[in-house]
Design a protein around this ligand. Structure first.
Ligand code: SF4
Ligand code: SF4
Length: 131
């Protein structure tokens, strides 16, 4: 079922139904950073029933002063370690970081719409939607 999302200040819409057939393009593909805050680290560790220190050691790496989730390589693709290709889903969905919750409405894409369209098949031109 189609569910169109819009956000004030963004010149595009997002059709959430595209996620069903997309195979997690935003969780796979080119290597990148999936940043997690201290509060998010605690939430994910709790969800996984892990000690925070153990979670950080096993699932995160440090990038400058921040922590990012580790990736696993699958052929040419780099997948977030929490992406499950069998179910096409996020195994920490309830505690996924803000960076994931707010995609595709990132300030970065406000001036890079064509790039975003290549990365996410759910992007729609705002004027073509009825909402
Ligand atoms: S890339 Fe877009 S359509 Fe695909 S899973 Fe991510 S948000 Fe959904
Ligand atoms: S934490 Fe979940 S939603 Fe975020 S990149 Fe990883 S698998 Fe995708």
């Amino acid at each position: 079922m189609s569910a169109i999302m819009q956000k004030e200040g963004f010149e595009y819409s997002f059709d959430t139904s595209a996620c069903e057939s997309c195979a997690g393009k935003c969780c796979t593909g080119e290597s990148g950073y999936i940043y997690v805050s201290k509060i998010e680290i605690k939430s994910i560790a709790k969800l996984l029933n892990l000690d925070v220190r153990e979670f950080v050691q096993d699932y995160l790496f440090k990038k400058m002063y921040k922590y990012s989730i580790k990736e696993k390589q699958n052929g040419d693709s780099f997948e977030c370690t929490f992406y499950d290709s069998i179910t096409n889903g996020c195994t920490i969905y309830e505690a996924r970081p803000l960076q994931c919750r707010t995609f595709p409405f990132w300030d970065y894409y406000k001036t890079r719409l064509e790039q975003l369209k290549l990365e996410c098949p759910g992007i729609r031109d705002k004027e073509l939607t009825n909402v």
